[in-house]
Design a protein around this ligand. Sequence first.
Ligand SMILES: C[S@@+](CC[C@H](N)C(=O)[O-])C[C@H]1O[C@@H](n2cnc3c(N)ncnc32)[C@H](O)[C@@H]1O
Ligand SMILES: [Zn+2]
Length: 805
Amino acid sequence: MASRGPSEALVIDGRKYRHVREGLATILAPYADDKPATGKHVRNNAEGNQVVFYNPIQQFNRDLSVLAITVYGEGAVLEKEKRFRLKNQHGKARHHKGSTRQQKSSVTAIESSTPEQVNALKRKADDLEQDGSNADPSETASTAAKKPKTTDGLLDEDEDVVVMELSADPAVGENSKHETVSTNGMTDSNAQEAQTTDPATTAKKQLPFTILDALSATGLRALRYAKEIPFSTNIVANDLSADSVQNINLNIQHNEVKDKVHSNLADARMFMYSKVGNEKPKQGPDYVHRFDVIDLDPYGTAAPFLDASVQALQDGGLLCVTCTDAGVFASTGYPEKTYALYGGMPVKGPHSHEGGLRLILNAVALSAAKYGLAIEPLLSLYIDYYARLFIRVHRKPQDVKLLAGTTMTLYNCGHGCGAWKTQPLLRNQPQVSRSGETFFKFSFAQAPVTTPNCEHCGSRQHLCGPMWAGPLHNPYFVQRMLDRVPSLDKKIYGTTDRIQGMLTLALEEDLTLQSWPSEPSTPLETKDTEKGKDKNSDKQADKDKDVSGPDPRIIPRLPPKTIDSSPFFIMPTQLARTIHCATPSEDMFRGALLGLGYRVSRSHCKPGSIKTNAPWSVLWEIIREFMRTKAPIKEGAVKKGSAGWNILARVRGTERAQVSELKDSAKDQFLRCETKDDMKTVLQGMLWRLENEKASTVDSQAKETTAAQSSTSTDQPKEGKDEVGANGGVNGENKSDADKSNPPQQQRRQSRSQSPPAPVPSELNIVFDEKLGKEKHRGKLVRYQMNPRENWGPMSRAGRSKVDG
Ligand SMILES: C[S@@+](CC[C@H](N)C(=O)[O-])C[C@H]1O[C@@H](n2cnc3c(N)ncnc32)[C@H](O)[C@@H]1O
Ligand SMILES: [Zn+2]
């Protein structure tokens, strides 16, 4: 662990181990031998030859996972409790009314419900059955058989599925008979906040919260989850390797968590598939049927494990996925392999990592869809050299219908200027029925959305994806995680600063939430904790929850139809490189965008990145204006015919720009001609413009003339000049304050015409206002950690680095 210095080596029974402390767990990881390993497998491996895999650099992954599962689990357990209460209420009602009357009343209840409520009721029944099957680790097959069952297959209403008790007394040890909420690395008040119980109550029953560490190696994750997530009840640490399982058992003993953590020797897929179907196979005291959380942390890709894992999760369960094969999901070297593993083509360009996250999500979504399971990404990060995603999986066949409409392909100018255009696979169109209910109509998307060659630089474009087009994160979840960061003990969570930095960036990536730059980020209406927050807010929320809505610990679901309107970031350095000019400072670039009314933030993936809702035509105009006004380039600096050359064909005030504009206009107008006379008029207009327009200014009079001349087909939309001009985006000297505060999207909405939404780039008033673009100072925020440790990176597989012979 970073804060505790290097791990220690020790010898037990003649065998050499590395003794590692991380979080609240300690592990003994065995060495293979003392000889230095050779060959490609030893790259970046400063840890010696390993029998069982351990990579210290992934402490960030593990710290983050403890926090993510804790925040997710608090809400998930509350929801279980609610369902359990409901079940008990139903059960008691049935008990008193007798079975016949009870059947009648449930029929009445279902009859008086909306279809959605009926489904919800059915689902709850399923869930309860599921919870019940997981609930009682102490129940044997024989006792289960003796239990009376109701006719509807639910457990008998008097059965109590509660199996553990939480004590608020931290003095009670981890391994005492009654599970304890002991110090878990959070400060006291927050540790109490982490309980699913009211801290004022000394003891309260707790429902099971189960985790599968499917590819566990030393068992480190399982051990940490056991020790640091107080409400976790049953954790399985599985591995395919007998050496690993032996080591897991040693570590379970060493950490004294045998009540909570159990090892399992199996192929993770076989183990997870054993959970499919056969809903109530009580097999023994520690048996878990479906898990609340499954953590996949394989060597390389997690793709082979996705199908089994989504089915081995409970409804609403959390799938945690690591993929370390960035060379496949975020690089174009092996597109055939990317497709085979993730069902889509990779992206070329600086945004390849965001593309990779979307490809992984696509693979998970498709695995889930065929079983009626819909995915909801809670947090999707690219870290160091790997992807780590936290995905909630809902048993909701009706939401699966929205998947094609939240999946996209991409036309990517990877070999030219780097621009892209997205194309949805299907269109999800919300409709309102006569009774006021919203439903969706699904229609084919028009294709293609662009020309084969890039509209900005003329280079050939390539097809990428299909990939996930929805949001990468649930902002409520990220905010909840962020709110917990100050309570983490830095001595235990060595990567806290980085967690805070990365989560802050991830949260701000959602441009629809942000206010910039003077306002502090208050992205969520329901945000309940802030700097200087009321530490008792959750307790208060507990009291208020019945009157003020759902408990804030329950993570609300994002609408499944949501599409990310700014799916990829851009890099000003790359824009500048394309036209061979100096790069504007980040503040200047941001200032220019903000001045035009667009939104900006960063991406967690890369330093120097900018997320924005500005279209590519505007981005190129900004960089051209920067070159023209601030950083002129030498004649001949850009090769004729290159992407940069074509982009520079529109530098304001040049003859090339005038020619480009005339060409565009001519193309449009000729396409509209229906008679020879129409053509004559257009040609005359062109000639007039050629002779009368000066290159340095745009003669709006002339444009109006040609527009009027070409109005033979009035059904064709004009370019969006009117609306942009009317709303102050053009030559903005006359802009009113109200206009300035309107982002372009709103301006478009106010337009009366059906014109295309894009503004006319050459008419924008671009100001490189560094002051406007300056980020608000937020103290020390570790946004990007370039070298988290010496010799960091992917490591060789365990047991494969022995010297031959
Ligand atoms: C990258 S390591 C896991 C590291 C561990 N999660 C951690 O955080 O320290 C991958 C582990 O997966 C195991 N493994 C590989 N294929 C497997 C499979 N099909 N089923 C179960 N375990 C597997 C390997 O033996 C290895 O221990
Ligand atoms: Zn291009």
